[in-house]
Design a protein around this ligand. Structure first.
Ligand code: DGL
Length: 273
C-alpha cells in the first residue's frame, strides 16, 4: 500500500491536490513539484516526456501505486507514452492518470453556445489534446485555444498580481475572446491558472463560465477508485500529505500556501542526471 502520487512541473498541481484532498480526505498523498525545471510548457515533447518519466519513477520508488499527472503539459506530452510503453515494463499493476481526459469529458455540458475556449501552455496547445479529446465527447462543440507562455513564469515567480502581470493576463484573455464572441465557456487548461480565476472572471463578459479542473479531476478520481477496488485497496488511508520539491524547500514551503490550505514542510529531492 502507498500514497497517491500527484505530480506537476511546479506549484500548479497543488490546486488539484487541494480539491482532491477535500473530496477524498481519507487517502495519503505524495506531491512532487519539479520546481527546479519549471516551466515545462515551452519544452519539447521529448524533454517533457523524459522529465515526467523521471518524476513518475521517483514516486513509484517511494511507494505510490497510482499517480495523477496534475499537469496538463505532462498529460498532453507524456501520459500516453508512459501508459503504453513504460508501465508494462516498470510494473503493469501500477497506474498513471492525467487531467485532460476528465476535463474534456464534461466541458461540453457547461456551454450553451457550444463554443469553448481553452487557455493553456504552448505545449498543451500545440499538442491539440483538448481539441481532439473534446471532439470525442462533444463533437457538436467548436474549440478555440490560446497559449499563454508568460503565465506559468509569472505565477511561479509570484508576479501575477503585479500591474504588468495583470496586463499580460488581460491581453491573453482578450485574444482568446476575440477568436469568437460566442465563446461562453473557458477551460483553464493549466493547473497553475486557478489562482487567476477570479481575475479572469472579472475581465470576461458576464455569463462566461471560467472552469478550473480541480473539482472535475477530484470527482473523476473518486469515480476511478470506486470502479477499481483492486487499486483502491492499494492506496493507503491515513489522511497524510507529503511534499517533495526539486527546488529550495524554504521557497516551496512559503509559496505553497498560495495554492493549498495545508501545513507544508517539503523535502528536497533531485531528479535526473
Ligand atoms: N501546471 C502545468 C500545466 O498544467 C504547467 C506547465 C508548465 O510548467 O509550463 O500545464
Amino acid at each position: 500500500m502507498g500514497p497517491i502520487g500527484i505530480f506537476d512541473s511546479g506549484y500548479g498541481g497543488l490546486t488539484i491536490l487541494q480539491d482532491i484532498r477535500q473530496r477524498l480526505p481519507q487517502y495519503d498523498y505524495m506531491y512532487l513539484g519539479d520546481n527546479a525545471r519549471a516551466p515545462y510548457g515551452p519544452r519539447s515533447f521529448d524533454v517533457v516526456y523524459e522529465y515526467t518519466l523521471e518524476a513518475v519513477q521517483e514516486l513509484f520508488g517511494r511507494g505510490c501505486e497510482l499517480i495523477i499527472l496534475a499537469c496538463n503539459t505532462a498529460s498532453a506530452k507524456a501520459l500516453r507514452n508512459i501508459q503504453q510503453n513504460d508501465l508494462p515494463t516498470i510494473d503493469p499493476e501500477k497506474r498513471v492518470l492525467g487531467v485532460i481526459r476528465p476535463s474534456a469529458e464534461i466541458i461540453g455540458q457547461y456551454s450553451e453556445t457550444n463554443t469553448i475556449g481553452v487557455l493553456a501552455t504552448q505545449g498543451t496547445v500545440n499538442s491539440q489534446s483538448y481539441i481532439l479529446e473534446i471532439a470525442k465527447f462533444s463533437p457538436h462543440c467548436t474549440v478555440y485555444q490560446h497559449a499563454c507562455p508568460m503565465w506559468v513564469p509569472l505565477i511561479e515567480n509570484n508576479n501575477h498580481e503585479t500591474k504588468a502581470g495583470r496586463e499580460f493576463i488581460k491581453e491573453d484573455v482578450e485574444k482568446l475572446m476575440k477568436m469568437n464572441d460566442r465563446i461562453d465557456t473557458i477551460v483553464l487548461g493549466c493547473t497553475h491558472y486557478p489562482v487567476l480565476k477570479e481575475y479572469i472572471e472579472s475581465i470576461v463578459p458576464k455569463g462566461v463560465n471560467v472552469i478550473s479542473q480541480g473539482a472535475i479531476v477530484a470527482d473523476s478520481l473518486a469515480d476511478y477508485l470506486l470502479r477499481h477496488p483492486w487499486m483502491d485497496s492499494k492506496c493507503s488511508k491515513n489522511g497524510t500529505i507529503q511534499f517533495l520539491t526539486t527546488e529550495s524547500v524554504e521557497e516551496f514551503n512559503q509559496n505553497a500556501n498560495n495554492y493549498i490550505d495545508a501545513n507544508v514542510k517539503a523535502t528536497h529531492i533531485h531528479l535526473g542526471r
